[in-house]
Design a protein around this ligand. Structure first.
Ligand code: ZN
Length: 509
């Protein structure tokens, strides 16, 4: 009886503490969103201080004697085993963060937050001037901070493993190397076949003339609504680089960017970020104010965005329903046929810009970033060697050479965020998305038919139920096995690409 009372008291106090820490994190997230969408340039230095203060408060609570005491109690097997499933998951997940926080010196954490806030404006400026050299000093600092972080967290084989684990728990270089090698081996023959087919879809009508930004944004919002994104619990705004964030399942922030000479890219990025946002909105709201109210891993998160962006947004079924609507919004597209449009948005072409690359070359962009990051963190490459390494790899894998640093090593925002070990989760996302979509087709039976009638909610509801609702209560591996009946299997993605692009380019595997 005495033990049970202690357990109840300890669990309640633990939950209250977790809620407070989560509130601080949610506030950090909103200040970060503001920094990239609304904040005037002069606000940057003090915003960095504000974020650093919140990070410090949250770290102090996470590593407090109270937290240590609660976890010590609740992690005892005799007590833990009697907790309900949600409480067990909470103790498990908070325990992981606690163990990591305890290993991370507070000075390192503060330095990281201040450096990355400063790095954002440095990256924006360097990119505008196309000068990687201007970004080098702060990037050198970020890499050294990440190396110190890896040492503090610990690892078995590569310091990069410690960083991967931050985004995809349990993922290692040992697992990734053969996965990328397999993809490279499968994608090269497909690319060769496409290049050898002699067919190049006409894409001119996607760029001819001017497609006004307000009309593009309105079209993106309409599609997001029909996908099931809840605008009562979310927003869509503009930023230099599209992203999604938020503070709870009831407040999800999406951003996109509009090119008035491209009728497709803003919509495509909106559908991508919408997939992320609907994952967050779809989580059981009972998990709010805890770390369980988030995607279980970045790989699973990316599977949701890529599914809406590609399996849906680049499918013939989707455009059977939406091309007439797009033509109504932009009458200059009036004479374009479904096949012409479908082929144009699925053109395969090596490009410098990862976020606008096609499904076939995309993972080669990730592969080169993975190789560069691994070499930097393992100390095998220096920061000033990046532009040259970037150009060489781009030539090797994609057959093109960037004309300047903005097209090359400065195009992604992630390093300015301090994120190393993040890129590989994009490739995992592609693999998971193909595997999930395959299961959705089997279980829903007529999925492509409903999509071609403009009914997107059956897929959204299936994703809510099968993947979103559990939040972080299940691991990525548990979810993929429960939903699809097997662990991550790259062949679904490779099969999907071959079937789709084999048909478009009339080539055989
Ligand atoms: Zn994404």
């Amino acid at each position: 009886m005495q033990t049970s009372m202690t357990t109840v008291t300890s669990l309640k106090a633990f939950q209250a503490l977790v809620n407070e820490i989560h509130d601080l994190g949610a506030t950090q997230s909103l200040l970060g969103w503001d920094l990239e969408t609304m904040m005037p340039a002069k606000g940057a230095p003090l915003r960095a201080k504000q974020l650093a203060t919140l990070a410090k408060l949250s770290h102090n609570l996470m590593t407090s004697p109270d937290m240590q005491e609660h976890l010590k109690t609740l992690r005892q097997p005799s007590i833990y085993d009697r907790l309900d499933t949600m409480s067990q998951a909470l103790v498990r997940e908070v325990g992981i963060v606690f163990d990591k926080s305890a290993k991370t010196p507070i000075e390192l954490l503060q330095e990281m937050v201040e450096t990355t806030a400063e790095a954002h404006s440095s990256w924006v400026e360097a990119r505008a001037n196309k000068q990687f050299k201007q970004f080098e000093p702060v990037l050198r600092k970020i890499i050294s901070l990440n190396q110190r972080l890896a040492e503090a967290l610990g690892y078995e084989d590569s310091p990069y493993d410690a960083l991967l684990d931050e985004y995809e728990p349990g993922l290692t270089v040992k697992q990734l190397d053969p996965l990328f090698a397999k993809l490279k081996a499968e994608l090269v023959p497909l690319l060769k076949g496409i290049h050898g087919s002699g067919y190049q879809p006409d894409v001119s009508f996607l760029h001819e003339g001017t497609f006004p930004a307000p009309r593009q944004l309105a079209f993106s919002e309409m599609v997001l609504r029909e996908m099931g994104f809840d605008f009562e619990a979310g927003r869509l705004d503009l930023s230099a680089h599209p992203f999604s964030s938020g503070s709870s399942t009831l407040d999800v922030r999406l951003t996109t960017r509009v090119d008035e000479h491209d009728v497709f890219s803003a919509l495509s990025s909106s559908m991508h970020e919408g997939g992320h946002g609907m994952y967050e909105q779809g989580i059981n709201p009972a998990l709010n104010r805890t770390p369980l109210a988030s995607g279980t891993s970045l790989g699973i998160h990316e599977s949701q965005s890529r599914m809406w962006e590609n399996q849906v947004g680049r499918s013939k079924a989707f455009w059977r329903a939406y091309l007439p609507k797009l033509q109504a919004a932009f009458p200059e597209l009036g004479s374009v046929t479904l096949d012409q449009f479908y082929h144009a948005i699925n053109r395969v072409k090596s490009t410098f810009i990862r976020v606008e690359s096609d499904e076939v070359t995309y993972n080669l962009h990730i592969l080169m970033r993975y190789e560069i990051e691994k070499a930097l963190i393992e100390g095998r490459m220096k920061v000033d060697e990046i532009p040259e390494a970037w150009a060489a790899k781009m030539q090797d894998y994609l057959g093109i050479t960037p004309r300047n640093d903005a097209e090359g090593a400065l195009q992604d925002i992630h390093w300015s965020h301090g994120s190393f070990g993040y890129f590989p989760t994009y490739t995992l996302g592609n693999l998971y998305s193909a595997q999930f979509f395959n299961t959705a087709k089997q279980q829903l039976g007529n999925l492509e038919e409903t999509i071609s009638q403009g009914q997107l909610l059956p897929l959204k509801n299936w994703l809510n139920k099968e993947i979103h609702a559990v939040g972080k209560m299940e691991t990525a591996d548990t979810i993929v096995r429960r939903v699809t009946g097997e662990p991550l299997n790259a062949s679904y993605f490779v099969d999907y690409l071959w079937a789709k692009y084999g048909e478009i380019f009339s080539i055989k595997r």
